[in-house]
Design a protein around this ligand. Structure first.
Ligand SMILES: [Zn+2]
Length: 67
C-alpha cells in the first residue's frame, strides 16, 4: 500500500484544501422569454418558462390566483 514518504507542510495541505471543497458558482444566463437572469436547463424562476412554454406559474401570478 502506498504511503507518503514525507509529511506535507501545512501550507501545501491548506493550498490543496483551499479550492477543492468550494461549491461551483452556477452559470447565469438571461432568460429567453423575460430576460431575467436564470440558470441554463432550468425553469426560469421569474416567469416560469422553459423551452418556450410555461411550465410552472410564476410567483406573482400564483399568489394572485390563490386569493
Ligand atoms: Zn423568464
Amino acid at each position: 500500500m502506498p504511503v507518503p514518504k514525507t509529511r506535507k507542510s501545512k501550507s501545501k495541505r491548506d493550498m490543496r484544501r483551499a479550492n477543492h471543497d468550494k461549491l461551483p458558482v452556477p452559470t447565469i444566463i438571461a432568460c429567453a422569454n423575460c430576460g431575467e437572469p436564470s440558470q441554463p436547463h432550468r425553469v426560469c424562476p421569474s416567469c416560469g418558462f422553459y423551452k418556450g412554454r410555461e411550465v410552472i406559474a410564476p410567483k406573482a401570478v400564483a399568489e394572485e390566483t390563490a386569493e
